[in-house]
Design a protein around this ligand. Sequence first.
Ligand code: PXP
Length: 251
Amino acid sequence: MIRLYINVDHVATIREARKTTEPDPLEAALRAENAGAQGITVHLREDRRHIQDHDVERIRQAIRGPLNLEMAAIDEMVDIAHKTRPYQVSLVPEKRQEITTEGGLDVISQEAHLNEIRIKMADAGILYSLFVDPDFRQIDAAHRVGARSIEINTGRYSEHPDPGERVVQLEKIREAAGHARDLGLRVFAGHGLRVDNVEPIAAIGEIEELNIGHHIVSRSILVGIEQAVRDMQSAIERGLARRHPSSVRPY
Ligand code: PXP
């Protein structure tokens, strides 16, 4: 079983293009849940380019399942998390000029800071996850700062134009997932996943949660969000069917 979290940021991107009230990311979140999504993810960026503070509040109040709040490791976001109490926070790096999150967190260079945030989140009963590249050194650091889980960045795998390099990247993700699991970390994944590339990721036995946004929102425009979520779930099911029994290890 994989939990599918739908990231509704880009519903807000369309709304913010006109600075109006539609489309509403909350409505998208509720429809995604109705179609079977297990959770909802939003990234409240420091520049507020898509999701706004009121979206986080409203979505947190109205959805049935868990809210995963992606955020930068800064005091402002820690305070917002404390106030809104999402089920989980996922710390991501953030740069002002980037089009989207460009890589995993550099955990090694800010271990003390990330450990402090982890303690604050634990005090508030909020689960704590770190978005990292499939890099053993960063995963070891995530373990040292007490993260419960990591989300492995699948961006390089998803976006690389060369099929041979995609195989290399997939292998890195597989090895990273195994390493994280050996350390006792829970393993999630996301970035750039689509119906046509999610299957090999879902086949990795350690991965228990996926965060998928852009592809779902872009397909929603053409086929509706319910259909987009269902198609993604079918692709994930095909990946799950390919899992090797020995790679599925209970926690
Ligand atoms: N995971 C993280 C940490 C992200 O920052 C994003 C993008 O907001 C995603 C997953 C989802 O990526 P995509 O929109 O490409 O599906």
